[in-house]
Design a protein around this ligand. Structure first.
Ligand code: F6P
Length: 335
């Protein structure tokens, strides 16, 4: 059978699931931007792209040169096509307006241009995460877009995905009917469908958490991780393995591929912040993908996709992956 490229997959989606043409175009543009980012990332020291800038982002994190470059690539690629009403990025304080000379469209694009960027300088996988929402009519999509237009629960996402820049560059995508994985064929310059209908095993023997924060966790997380570490002799009756790449894209990609549970709980270091990860740029798109692959995702108390955001850069605790384990750690929070 001939290879299915991303373009062909999207056109077939239009035929079988009425995917609108402008959404199809949007995904193609984002995929093209991810190819450009992949190219920049792969240059490393040869491209002069390693290292930090002198700036901090709205989260107070020092921006890497590649954070800034990736952000610019995504903005420029998506400004002119007429498919977007506005954009928001983890790297920008406020919503980004479509320049006045271009037409506006019905969608909002939200992204983390380079997730896990502390890994860049040590040549470990990083990625781009994105989420697509409809611009709500009540905000009027033709004028300037304010933050409130973006503050929609994750259930409202019409598409989400991530690109992982690892040994291979891959694009994982959901349009709300399952998860597909595409691998970048660098000779053709196309993303080719290589992972059809991705499903996460319901149970797992693998977990991902930054153990160095253990002393700061809340009681339910301490209890759960102690039980995982107790292995076969403990209450869960099996041995668990642990992996932590420290790039959400890479950790979630592993879980999507072979199962597992990913956790970034809230902790006592910053008691006023409910976790480290960002709801709009990281947790919502990843939760949409994980649920579409048959997994589950909560903040310990409720489904992440049901959370009503109150600000663009809101943080959230995250427990996602194989259903059985996510349900267990969620139940411990509710006990
Ligand atoms: O949001 C940034 C991020 O790099 C995630 O991609 C990753 O899961 C997490 O932070 C790693 O955090 P830490 O450095 O605390 O392990």
């Amino acid at each position: 059978m001939s290879r299915v490229t991303l373009s062909r997959y999207l056109i077939e989606q239009t035929r079988s699931h009425n995917t609108p043409a402008d959404l199809r175009f949007l995904i193609e543009v984002v995929a093209r931007a991810c190819k450009a980012i992949s190219h920049q990332v792969s240059k490393g020291a040869l491209g002069g792209v390693l290292g930090s800038t002198d700036n901090e982002n709205v989260q107070g994190e020092v921006q890497k040169k590649l954070d800034v470059l990736s952000n610019e690539i995504l903005l420029e690629a998506n400004e002119w096509g007429g498919h977007l009403a506005g954009m928001a990025s983890e790297e920008m304080d406020n919503a980004h307006q479509i320049p006045g000379q271009y037409p506006k469209g019905a969608y909002l694009l939200v992204f983390d241009p380079l997730d896990g960027s502390s890994n860049i300088d040590v040549n470990v996988s990083v990625g781009t995460i994105f989420s697509v929402l409809r611009c709500p009519d009540l905000n009027g999509c033709s004028g300037d877009i304010g933050e409130e237009a973006f503050l929609q629960p994750g259930t409202q996402q019409v598409a989400a995905g991530y690109a992982i820049y690892g040994p291979q560059t891959m694009l994982m995508l959901t349009l709300g009917n399952g998860v597909k994985g595409f691998t970048l064929d660098r000779e053709l310059g196309s993303f080719v469908l290589t992972h059809d209908d991705i499903r996460i095993p319901q149970s797992t023997a693998e977990f991902a958490i930054n153990m160095s924060n253990q002393r700061h966790w809340e009681a339910p997380v301490k209890r759960y991780v102690e039980e995982l570490l107790a292995g076969q002799e403990g209450p869960l009756g099996k041995n668990y393995n642990m992996r932590w790449v420290a790039a959400m894209v890479a950790d979630v990609h592993r879980i999507l591929t072979r199962g597992g549970v990913f956790m970034y709980p809230r902790d006592s270091r910053e008691p006023d912040k409910p976790g480290k990860l960002r709801l709009m740029y990281e947790a919502n798109p990843m939760s949409f993908i994980i649920e579409q692959a048959g997994g589950a995702s909560t903040n310990g108390y409720q489904r992440i996709l049901d959370i009503q955001p109150t600000s663009l850069h809101q943080r959230v605790a995250v427990f996602l992956g194989s259903r059985e384990e996510v349900e267990r750690v969620t139940a411990y929070h509710q006990a």
